[in-house]
Design a protein around this ligand. Sequence first.
Ligand code: NAD
Length: 348
Amino acid sequence: MTLKASDLAMVPFVSVDNMMRLVHHVGLQAFMADLAAEIALDFARWELFDKTPRIGSHSEVGVIELMPTSDGTHYGFKYVNGHPKNMKEGLQTVTAFGVLSDVDSGYPILFSEMTVLTALRTAAMSAVATKHLARPNAKTMAMIGNGAQSEFQCLAQMAVNGIDSVRLYDIDAAATEKCMANLEGSGLTLVACTSPEEAIEGADVITTATADKDMQTILTDNMVGAGVHINAIGGDCPGKTELHRDIVARSSVFVEYPPQTRIEGEIQQMDPDHPVTELWQVITGAAVGRQSNAEITLFDGVGFAIEDFSALRYVHRKIQNTPFYIDFDLIADPDDPRDLFGMVKRAG
Ligand code: NAD
């Protein structure tokens, strides 16, 4: 894309309010299906991207991270936090915003909220992994952890993979009630469960999205039967995992970017050279995904910068000629590029 100087003076800003309006304008299901397709396309050109594990600043209660990447034409980054204790204080566990830039000029071309967009893209990512790794005709999913991410996870699976039944479990029954109420009328058959064992009964796919800054054991080895596909997305930080290591040992493990997942994912519990397959290679056909109906496949999802890049580019495209953004006066634009000071002086 070639941008003129006048195009670059104002940066489109997508607020939370406008993101929600955009989602309704496109349609929630269509938005997530589009995002899944966008992510799969970008994963298929994986080798083009700059890649680095995200840069985390850890405290005792959470983490603040920067997630940059570029395909040589665009550059994107996301600021995101993860604070499991926030929910009890009436705050989001995860909040985010992001920027997309034009590599040629270095100028930002989009500034966006990404709290809602992260939930959408994380759900789309799980759906992409499930599409490539679950048994064909998977219909039932167990959703463990019924917090902010959960409804998005369920709806993306319905939109992309035809999941038609969801079994919900959370240690907090109020979270399950909220999730049930939000998904009512979605077309999904919903079952509220009172234990993780009950939730995973008959499930083809298990998605865990719990939040605790600890090495948790949401699933133990004896709970997981042959042939299931697991999306473990809540273990996404050093010292924060969801699965017993024996499940990881028994599964074929698929990851986004190994240098990041080895620090943050379920595989942080394993030897540093524990075998993993990179999901992008399954998408391009360079590596094999599921090899038998009895195999347990595990998508050890931690969230990688390319997924946010895909989401930002999608939003940038979708807001063109719509009212779903405002222009942000973010970039100083003196008439004479060398006369920045003169511009400031005249403003006085
Ligand atoms: P949230 O705080 O809104 O919800 C978490 C839910 O997990 C809560 O309802 C809580 O009661 C429940 N929970 C905690 N321990 C549990 C247990 N032992 N069994 C069952 N339920 C339990 O958080 P959220 O925004 O929904 O995020 C969920 C997790 O996903 C977080 O850990 C977050 O960091 C992670 N996340 C990952 C990605 C990714 O790309 N992989 C993206 C976004 C969020």
